[in-house]
Design a protein around this ligand. Structure first.
Ligand code: DQQ
Length: 462
């Protein structure tokens, strides 16, 4: 999270010179989206992070006078290079900045902007360059919207990061028409497909992109990249729930494809102002692609380094109607792994952040018949200005004999992983309760195996 002020998209995620770097959209002056800078944090192990000086600030007369919007970082021939979106008035263009080996000090390229929207494409928006080297030349995807209201991701190539040639669209359309209206975003206005990323993983070409208006979803499409664009075999959500947005991937030191996203707030603007900060980055998640093209995520195993004290219990004999307290006060930051068999019961509930008097509780439930996860926030907070809708995730594919819910809670943030899908949520309890309860409905549940850990803060020691 930012020390103070506003944070949105992760930018320029890169492993370079022995450290991981996470830049992010940042307004240091206030917890509102305005006057966007690039903030910066770095880490050796992806778990313990230290704050770094602000990397980029809007230039008074430049193409980024109204903000240094999202982009990526590469290891260029002469050192680190940031490719970012310059925003000036309503114009968006691609700009470069060059860094020193610590990635702490950056100077903007005198030739900025290096690329403006190709006029023939009739675009309304053009931003969020994501560049990489494919072994012989530079490639870059840029997110865009068309004047006709559809979203599009464009692919470019370059030999020097400065002169870019358009190869064509990777994918375009409207999410509602691509996936059917029940799953898609509300698309009254035109769509813009923001923060694209394109890579090969487990033999599949994978595109991820974030769909606005309403910053509704981060989506993936997997298939094979051909001359005319991505031939899509499979598409879906990269996370369920609307709090995980503008995700960007990167390759770690061991060659894994990791992804982080912006976790947004679920409380009022006034509450964000009162808190002094808004927005944070998700836990790093490792991606893989199943044989059928589904993109799967799981928390990186390195997160185990945050565990301080732990226990493993087999909880037995819970009967319908009983609410079993399994921890009276776990504290604000914890991790749990719950393992159980679906049976002749209908639902298993884990109540978290529950107050002793039961007035506040968030219900994480597994529905046996639907094979779906839900997060019911109707009692999560007595504060009426917090989000309280129920979120759902339904993993596809075979689940195996046991269901494993892997849950990370850190204050107001919940990240849940089940069978390769994730659901990110926010809660703002007012009573300070951190009781954990277990309940079952509609039948008896067999033993539930629970591993529970308290987590320490992820600050890098000085
Ligand atoms: N946020 C950035 C844009 C991007 C959007 C501006 C996504 O570059 O398209 O802060 O959240």
């Amino acid at each position: 999270m930012p020390e103070h002020g506003w944070l949105n998209d992760p930018n320029g995620l890169i492993w370079l010179n022995g450290r991981y770097h996470a830049f992010f959209q940042h307004n240091p002056a206030a917890p509102v989206w305005d006057d966007i800078h690039w903030g910066h944090a770095s880490s050796i192990d992806l778990v313990h992070w230290r704050r770094e000086p602000i990397a980029l600030a809007p230039g008074p007369d430049g193409p980024d006078a109204d903000g240094c919007w999202s982009g990526s970082a590469v290891s260029g021939p002469d050192g680190p290079v940031i490719l970012y979106t310059g925003r000036s008035g309503a114009s968006e263009s691609i700009c470069l900045a060059h860094g020193d080996p610590t990635l702490r000090s950056w100077h903007k390229d005198a030739a900025n902007p290096v690329l403006t929207p190709p006029p023939a494409l009739a675009l309304s928006d053009f931003r969020d360059p994501r560049a990489w080297h494919d072994g012989s030349e530079w490639r870059m995807v840029v997110g865009a919207g068309r004047i006709d209201g559809s979203g599009v991701v464009l692919l470019f190539r370059s030999s020097d990061l400065r002169r870019w040639e358009l190869l064509g669209p990777v994918l375009h359309g409207r999410v509602s028409s691509l996936v059917g209206s029940s799953e898609g975003a509300a698309t009254q206005g035109g769509e813009v497909w923001e923060c694209p990323d394109l890579f090969m993983l487990d033999g599949h070409d994978v595109l991820i992109y974030s769909v606005t208006p309403d910053q509704a979803a981060t989506r993936y499409a997997s298939g094979s990249l051909e001359k005319g664009g991505l031939r899509v075999g499979r598409s879906g959500h990269l996370d369920f729930g609307r709090y995980f947005y503008a995700a960007q991937t990167f390759m770690d030191a061991a060659g894994r494809r990791l992804v982080m996203g912006w976790i947004r707030e679920g409380r009022s603007v006034q509450a964000q102002r009162a808190a002094g900060w808004s927005g944070l980055l998700s836990l790093p998640r490792e991606m893989s692609v199943a044989g059928d093209g589904r993109v799967l995520v799981r928390p990186i195993p390195e997160l185990a380094a945050l565990r301080t004290s732990g226990s493993r219990t087999d909880i037995t004999g819970i009967i319908p109607g009983e609410v079993r307290t399994i921890s009276p006060a776990i504290g604000p930051a914890w991790e749990a792994r719950l393992l159980f068999r679906p049976g002749n019961y209908s639902r298993l509930d884990l109540e978290l952040a529950a107050s002793a008097d039961g007035r506040e509780a968030t219900l994480v439930s597994w529905d046996v018949a639907r094979r779906s996860l839900s997060v019911d926030r109707s009692r999560a907070s007595l504060d009426p200005d917090t989000d309280r809708d129920t979120q759902m995730a339904r993993p596809e594919g075979t689940l195996g004999e046991e269901v494993e819910l892997h849950i990370f809670v850190d204050g107001s943030v919940i990240e849940i992983f089940v069978a390769g899908v994730s659901l990110t949520s926010r809660i703002y309890p007012t009573l300070g309760g951190s009781r954990l309860n277990l309940a079952v409905h509609g039948g008896d549940v067999g033993p539930v195996s629970l591993e529970l850990w308290r987590l320490s803060p992820g600050h890098e020691p000085d």
